[in-house]
Design a protein around this ligand. Structure first.
Ligand code: PTJ
Length: 255
């Protein structure tokens, strides 16, 4: 990896870029993952590279939804594995949830490398290497699922992916939580709860929220979920981008 100086103004973003590039070199992230990361970086820049108010509200609702779930499952692809392997294991542990590798550009070699990485990061059980079911309505490899894992889950976390699986999982009656920096994406619009935040911040924040909310009663958790409105959150995220850009513009004008 390139040695990035800690004081570099774009340190976090450059380190993330290096991690995705290292994932490609190690063979568990797809080369297309570099493009996805670039797209994410751009939206993060527009958001001010921070967890916004709307993302914090969505994170709380996502934590409540996960705590209410009987069978939560967390999906892991090549970009997620490159950026937050240990953090995904910590979230799974906090919830007693299952981790399942699910890839768009699937190869058995990549699935195994990601599962091995998650195990090396502390996961006791990782699904996805032997899928035995398919999510209906999807023509590609992302349809593959495991019984007892994503296929039977009532709440599924799907970070960094395209919208068609989100829609297909929702059509199966599941609640879907997306992590996607693009508030206009199909995934963000179709999910039950969308975290418009960088996965680097979103997953640790989600784990912290799960721990904070875990003493609450089911009815208190249900209240948080009921009060949450995903459309309102996405509108607010777009507004936050606009406000950030206006503030930046004013600063540039002042010199
Ligand atoms: O490992 P595979 O084969 O399953 O492929 C994974 C990728 C990410 C390549 C695949 O799912 C893909 O092509 O995804 P898309 O369609 O590019 O969508 C990814 C979404 O995640 C985009 O809306 C990005 O803005 C967003 N995104 C990218 N990086 C981040 C992000 N969101 C949060 N945090 C990020 N770091």
């Amino acid at each position: 990896m390139t040695d990035i100086p800690r004081f570099h103004p774009r340190y976090a973003s450059l380190v993330a870029r290096e991690r995705v590039a290292a994932g490609v070199k190690s063979g568990f992230t797809s080369s297309q993952g570099l493009i996805a990361q670039g797209r994410g970086e751009c939206f993060d820049y527009l958001l001010g590279e921070k967890t916004t108010e709307s993302a914090a509200v969505a994170t709380r609702a996502a934590a409540a939804l996960l705590l209410l779930a009987e069978h939560p499952a967390l999906s892991v692809n090549g970009n997620v594995a490159a950026l937050v392997p240990e953090e995904m294991v910590a979230l799974a542990d906090a919830l007693g949830a299952l981790l399942e590798v699910n890839l768009f550009h699937r190869s058995e070699e990549r699935v195994k490398k990601i599962a091995d990485l998650l195990r090396a990061s502390g996961a006791t059980e990782v699904l996805g290497e032997n899928p035995n079911a398919a999510v209906s309505g999807l023509e590609h490899a992302r349809a593959l699922a495991t019984r007892g894992g994503i296929y039977d889950a009532d709440v599924v976390l799907i970070p960094l992916e395209d919208g068609d699986r989100c829609e297909a999982l929702a059509a199966m009656g599941k609640k879907v939580i997306a992590i996607d920096l693009n508030p206009l994406s199909r995934t963000a619009r179709k999910a039950t709860v969308s975290l418009v935040d960088n996965i680097l911040r979103a997953v640790p924040n989600l784990t912290a929220q799960v721990k904070e909310l875990s003493p609450l009663s089911r009815s208190d958790l249900e209240k948080i979920v009921l009060e949450y409105d995903n459309e309102r959150t996405l509108r607010q995220a777009v507004e936050e981008i606009r406000n950030h850009l206006q503030a930046q513009f004013k600063e540039h004008q002042r010199g």
